[in-house]
Every structure is written in C-alpha cells, then in structure tokens.
Design a protein around this ligand. Structure first.
Ligand code: BTN
Length: 264
C-alpha cells in the first residue's frame, strides 16, 4: 500500500486535537499479531497514558471470548490505547462502555448510516457489526494499573470471510464509498479523551446514560447466548456495573455479565 494511505504517526498528529491521547507516542506497525498485545508490552515497560499502537494489518487480531478480529491490510482501524485510570479493577468495564460511546459518536455524523451500540461493546451499522472493542487490564492490589483499549473498526473492508459475512459490515459496504481512516482515528481520539476526562470529573452516570441512548435497548426483546445456556426475554436495564438485567418470559430477572446478544 502507498504511504499516503497509511496510519503513519507523523500524519495522525497533524491537526490532532487532544492533550495526551496520541500525543505521547504513536507506535506504527505495517504488520503485527495484535496491537493489544504490543500495547500491553509497552504498558508493562512503563509507557505513559495516551500511548497509541496502530497497525495496517494484524495477523492475530484479538476479539472478545478468544475470537479473532478480521484485520486485512489497510482496510480497518486497528488501534490500542494505553490508559492508566485510578479506579478499582471492578469498575474497568466503564472504560469499554465509554469507548463504545466514543466509537459510535465518530460514526453518527456520517449520513446514511444507522449507528447503534449492542451490549456489551459492539458498534452496529445498519444492523451489522462495524466495530468492536477489547479492553484488557493489568491490576495491582485490586486497582487498575493500566488498561489497553483496543478498537477495531471496519472502514474500507471490501468483503468478509463467509463465516462472519452475515454479521459483519464496513463503512465501505454500507455507503459504497471509501472513508479516511486517519480522519476517523483522530476524531475517535478526540472524543475518547474528552469522555475519559468526563469520567474522571463527573463519574460514570452521564456516560452510561449516553450509552443507553445509543443502544436504545431498554424494553427490547433479545436472546442472550452464553457458553452453557441461552436466555430469551426483555432488557430491563443496564446496571452501573454494565451488567445486563433481563426479564425472561416467566418474569424472572437475570443479571448477565457476559454473552452474545441477538436482537429479536
Ligand atoms: C470484539 O470482539 O468485538 C472486539 C474486537 C477488538 C479488535 C481490536 S483491533 C485492535 C485491537 N487489537 C486486537 O488484537 N484487538 C483489538
């Protein structure tokens, strides 16, 4: 691929409107196994908050639940940000929620796309998954030492492998035109930094409210597929820990920490 299409650090910082996110250090790979894995190494070596790792291609992009993230060359944004929040490990899911809001808000102004968050961290465009988030944390005596927030966004991906083509999409597929990955990445960093500061100043409530607006899931009928069981019912709420509360057809409430949601 030509240099002008790459997510080169010198180009990302041009006009990047943040204080620290992407302003500390940006590490760029033409190919790596996983930007989250690289960012964790850097964080273990003491890299500061705001350090960003990006790649043109991942050979083992990590998804949730041990899945892989399809990461073809130059097609998507594969980016991992190092954060060092002062928070108990039990609150770390807040980071994923705020990242989902930032990623969705990057896409919202683009015309002709119906953007929605699906619990816990999928960004759907016109009903299919266009972006996902993987937060990995390292803890020290019950507190977060660092969090690596990985964002995968399918921007100019022309097609997907058969096993995911029903569920995955890209901006190119939905809009029939290519988008600038660098512009989207800069906007993501700007929104992510602003939301992260807000989390520190005002707490999680505002972010969760915005998340709920963008997910529009309360009262909806869903199926949640878990390792060993499946629930069908209606979303009662998302609690302040990010747990999904589902009322099943018998009227029994369940608190669901992790699973795959299908909107019915
Ligand atoms: C999901 O399963 O929805 C989460 C996908 C997260 C993918 C991104 S791509 C950049 C970063 N590096 C990884 O290995 N994974 C995340």
């Amino acid at each position: 691929m030509s240099e002008c299409d790459m997510l080169l650090p010198s180009k990302i910082v041009e006009g990047l409107d943040t204080d620290t996110f992407g302003k500390k250090e940006i590490v760029h790979f033409e190919e790596t196994d996983s930007t989250n894995a690289r960012a964790r190494e850097l964080a273990d070596q003491g890299a500061p908050e705001g350090t960003l790792v990006v790649a043109e291609r991942q050979t083992q992009g990590r998804g949730r639940k041990g899945r892989t993230w399809f990461s073809p060359t130059g097609a998507g944004i594969y980016a991992s940000l190092i954060l060092r929040p002062s928070m108990p490990a039990s609150e770390a899911t807040r980071i994923t929620f705020l990242t989902a809001v930032s990623a969705a808000e990057v896409l919202l102004p683009l015309k002709g796309l119906n953007v929605r968050i699906k619990w816990p961290n999928d960004i759907l465009v016109n009903g299919k998954k266009a972006a996902g988030i993987l937060t990995e944390i390292s803890t020290e005596r019950g507190s977060v030492d660092y969090a690596v927030v990985g964002l995968g966004m399918n921007v100019n991906t022309p097609a997907f492998p058969e096993d995911i083509s029903e569920k995955a999409t890209s901006l190119l597929i939905e809009r029939g035109e290519r988008f600038s990955r660098i512009d989207l990445l800069r906007e993501y960093l700007r929104r992510q930094e602003a939301s992260y500061r807000r989390l520190g100043t005002f707490g999680f409530e505002l972010i969760l409210d915005r998340w709920k607006e963008l997910a529009d899931c309360i009262g909806r009928e869903i199926r949640v597929e878990m390792m060993d069981k499946t629930y069908v019912g209606w979303v009662e709420d998302i609690d302040p820990e990010g747990i999904l509360i589902l009322k099943d057809r018998e009227g029994v409430s369940h608190r669901i920490v992790s699973g795959d949601v299908v909107l019915l």
